[in-house]
Design a protein around this ligand. Structure first.
Ligand code: AP5
Length: 217
């Protein structure tokens, strides 16, 4: 992966986008931009955006494009994106993908690659229902696949681990439906533009990390 690379991670909920984006950020200084994390912070702080987004997130629906697109456009202008970025959870609709193209074009930039991480739906419920996230630093754990050393406590910063509200089984089913209907069509969109590379997302985190790095070239 070249310095300054601009990458999109595509994949269903629980595919491991956040996990792999963090590895890429550590390894290549390409900033992880997670729209889910930005929205959850806005909800926790009860900002106007958070108040508008919270009900959509709770139901597992997509937040309207108009709320997300400007947010990403502003985020990409920040200095830390100059050394490249990994978009995790954006774009999720064709309209978002078209807007991203426009946003980058304005500064003479373009995406280098879209990595589609593929995991069968049956594995996803298992991954999401066991996910725990650190309140302090955002580190990800899994109660079975990657448990913390002390239950409920982050290995890195000692922060408290929590379970996301949208990781309940009925919401997970809706998130998967929404993914199939609204986000999966992005694979063809990016394939037609010659940007799509597909990764098998089943296996150990490190093995998948190697596949990701190989696909980035
Ligand atoms: P968002 O936060 O983006 O959620 P998501 O796309 O549903 O993806 P997840 O974060 O659930 O999964 P992931 O693929 O990152 O997996 P992870 O690495 O955590 O979005 C949440 C909501 O915000 C949306 O529903 C929507 O409402 C809204 N939203 C966000 N962006 C939006 C947008 N652009 N437009 C409109 N609305 C938007 O891994 C999952 C678990 O599996 C972890 O516990 C991890 O430790 C474990 N794991 C990872 N890899 C492996 C492995 N190889 N083996 C075993 N376990 C593994």
């Amino acid at each position: 992966m070249a310095a300054g690379a601009r990458v999109v991670l595509l994949g269903p909920p629980g595919a491991g986008k956040g996990t792999q984006a963090k590895l890429l950020q550590d390894r290549f200084a390409a900033r992880q931009i997670s729209t889910g994390d930005i929205l959850r912070k806005a909800v926790a702080e009860q900002t106007p955006l958070g108040k508008q987004a919270s009900e959509y997130i709770r139901r597992g629906e997509l937040v309207p494009d108009r709320l997300i697109i400007d947010l990403v456009a502003d985020r990409l202008k920040e200095k830390d994106c100059e050394t490249g970025f990994v978009l995790d959870g954006f774009p999720r609709t064709i309209a978002q993908a078209q807007s991203l193209e426009e946003i980058l074009k304005k500064t003479g930039l373009a995406l280098d690659c879209v990595l589609s991480v593929q995991v069968p739906h049956k594995l996803i419920v298992e991954r999401l229902s066991g996910r725990r996230t650190c309140k302090g630093c955002g580190a990800l754990y899994h109660v079975v696949f990657d448990p913390p050393k002390a239950a409920g406590i982050c290995n890195g910063c000692g922060g408290e681990l929590f379970q996301r509200d949208d990781d309940r089984e009925e919401t997970i089913s809706n998130r998967l439906r929404v993914y199939d209907n609204q986000t999966a069509p992005l694979a063809s969109y990016y394939r037609e533009r010659g940007l799509l590379r597909e990764i098998d997302g089943v296996g150990e985190v490190e093995a998948i990390g190697k596949r990701v790095v190989r696909a980035l070239g």
